[in-house]
Design a protein around this ligand. Structure first.
Ligand code: UDP
Length: 240
């Protein structure tokens, strides 16, 4: 398997095609962006840390029967993944109120939802990823609409798995974003990344924010948070 030309470059990752047409290389960059790319920084070590965290999480999800596009780790900051037909929908799951749901609906940060809340967003930089409902998915053909209930079920299952995993690491999973696509074999799968860029993670003992909010709101060194997450995930894995 050989790395070929760039297929796509986003804010935090570059995707390369390979000599095998059904496989892609996902390269995690050392860059951080927030507020639709308005705030940017180069952060050494972020790419490899996020690649490691995504690999650990995708392996755990696969073990628990959740299909993902992950195949294997290739290098420090590169993962080999299945080429998927990606949907233009983001599914967010929230256990605790933070971020846009507070601004939109007036919840106080830290309010615990009686049950996990799922929300759909249209993946569009130009429109700033607006909140949508299932009728928009159908109208705008953002994903096969009949798969939306399955996508929400998988997102809730991922929430159960990851909430338990992080709890063992003394971390609260506040919210996270998933993307979905269809793999070459036709199955629905979780794609993209699962990292502290796409989750909110709070230290259960101290309340410290360990995720991208550190960068968004200048709460402290970003890598210190991300490295704590990776270290605790590794320790949890080693404990068995
Ligand atoms: N999120 C993401 N990509 C996006 C939008 C949100 O990964 O384009 C993640 C975000 O990091 C958080 C969760 O989804 O963990 C919910 O984000 P929210 O809607 O609160 O938006 P934000 O406050 O990040 O603008």
């Amino acid at each position: 398997m050989e790395k070929r030309e760039k297929l796509y470059e986003g804010k935090a990752k570059v995707i390369y095609i390979t000599s095998e047409e059904d496989k892609l290389i996902m390269h995690f960059k050392d860059s951080a962006t927030a507020f639709d790319g308005v705030k940017r920084a180069q952060i050494e070590g972020k790419g490899s840390t996020n690649a490691r965290i995504t690999a650990i999480i995708f392996k755990i999800l696969e073990r628990k029967g959740v299909r993902t596009h992950f195949i294997r780790e290739l290098s420090e900051n590169e993962l080999l993944v299945w080429r998927a037909e990606r949907f233009l929908v983001e599914v967010v799951v929230r256990n605790v109120a933070a971020g846009s749901v507070c601004k939109r609906l007036g919840f106080k940060e830290g309010y615990r939802f009686p049950k996990p809340l799922t929300e759909l967003f249209y993946k569009s930089d130009e429109l700033h990823d607006p909140l949508i409902c299932v009728e928009h998915v159908e109208l705008m053909n953002l994903a096969p609409v009949e798969l939306v209930p399955q996508m929400k079920d998988i997102a809730l299952r991922v929430n159960e798995i990851l909430s338990n995993l992080f709890k063992e690491a003394d971390i609260e999973l506040v919210d996270f974003k998933l993307e979905f696509g269809r793999l070459p074999d036709g199955s629905l799968a979780v794609v993209d990344e699962i990292t502290p860029d796409s989750m909110r993670l709070w230290d259960m003992k101290t309340g410290e924010k360990l995720d991208k909010d550190r960068f968004r709101f200048d709460l402290g060194n970003l890598m210190e948070g991300y490295e704590k997450v990776l270290k605790r995930l590794r320790d949890t894995e080693n404990r068995g």
